[in-house]
Ligand binder design. Sequence first.
Ligand code: NAD
Length: 473
Amino acid sequence: MLDFNAPYTLTIGGKALPGSGELDVVNPATGSNFARCPAAGGKELDAAVAAARAAFPAWRAMSFEQRARYIARLAEAIQENVEPLARLLTQEQGKPLQQSRDEVGRAGTLSVGMTQIQVLPEVLLDDAQRHIELHYVPLGVVGVITPWNAPINLAVGPMTSALYTGNCIVLKPSPFTPLCTLRIGELMRDIFPVGVVNILAGGDELGALMSTHPHIDKISFTGSVATGKKVMASAATTLKRVTLELGGNDAAIVLEDVDPGEVAKKIFFAATVNSGQVCMAIKRVYAHEKVYDALCTALAEEARKAKVGNGLEPDTVLGPIQNRRQFERVRGFIDDIRQGPGKILAGAEQPSGEGYFVAPVVVAEPGEHSRIVVEEQFGPVLPVMKFSDVGDALRRANDTRYGLSGSVWGKDLARATAVAAQLEVGTAWVNQHRATLATVPFGGAKESGLGRTYSILGLRGNMEPRVISILKG
Ligand code: NAD
């Protein structure tokens, strides 16, 4: 078991090190600082990259099976520490304790799941003259940059994908949620060979330094579209590879043959889990006019029932928004809705006092071009719009630069599937939302990202294709 009372440290070249600065970490349920941790600057980044490069030849030389065993040990170590990690996650991130436990559990399942995928060479041609094979080789050092909404999952997923494929890593969590990631670094330095894993906490400027660093070969970035574009521009200076997992504005299209009460529960959960701070949360609902009123009533009922509070309290359904900046942004959406034509069906009254709490809002017909429809709210505020023609619903759902995921809800599966296939997204779900698996690619179309995580596609994103072409005889 880890000592959760020990001071936080960076992990560089297998050692526990202090940083050149410090970060204060706020508990969003109280709005007050509750911990401090070291922060890295350019000097620590250079040391971490040098350690990763030095470790690369031996790590690359291992078989996939050998590297999978290290990842399995990490998953076990995370599992042994699930309770203290989940509590710390709730304190730094805000989500209800059970959702924190789920996140810690999923980190293990997804990482081990990815190590069951085989990355094999392919024979492209074999005739009398030639034999041509396509191999995949590791890139070298992968920089992983993560956001604050699911800091454990979004660190362990990309990190293990890079490690399993033979890369060494330097990882930086969001400055809002560095603590669980630093603790996982402490676990990893006892498991992995020296230098293979380096974990640095730091501010946005550290992410920018990683994106331009001459000895980092790839950036695996999860965060906002705006920052993703900056990462891509910086990565161009050294032609680094990038995987970008960015924001979304997922639409759910509800067809006329659903049971509105049943669907409302699932949609409400997919829109407000982690207080809506999920890239693939449902962020817009388009409901057929025949079920529109019943769906709105049922969604509003769900919203009124959901208890908002400190994630450590057992009956909390929605914890606080993770940080003040995002809290003010979400409150800004609610103010904007109040000025517009929409009817607020739940959440008109908002909590006051300490902590970044937002009561879930359901708003009917806020206006096609209102901020809540056009922008990514990343909070528990759900707009519900009416349609009579499914072609029109699809046009409106696709009328966005985002393209992460979306869903269609209907009893006639063939029809719902045909509608889902027309969503311009990386993942279109039918009668579900936010369902991911280690073997299934996840990522965004349009400005929601570049490349895919999980699956063989995600693994190959950490590798360079290499052709071996042999002239026979
Ligand atoms: P953000 O873009 O502000 O920050 C993400 C990370 O980038 C942080 O670690 C930050 O320090 C770092 N960073 C900031 N400026 C940088 C720069 N110039 N260069 C390099 N790194 C820099 O995002 P956020 O507010 O932490 O996260 C919320 C966003 O993340 C939402 O838009 C959400 O939809 C998205 N997200 C996407 C996925 C996905 O898988 N597609 C998953 C979770 C979150």
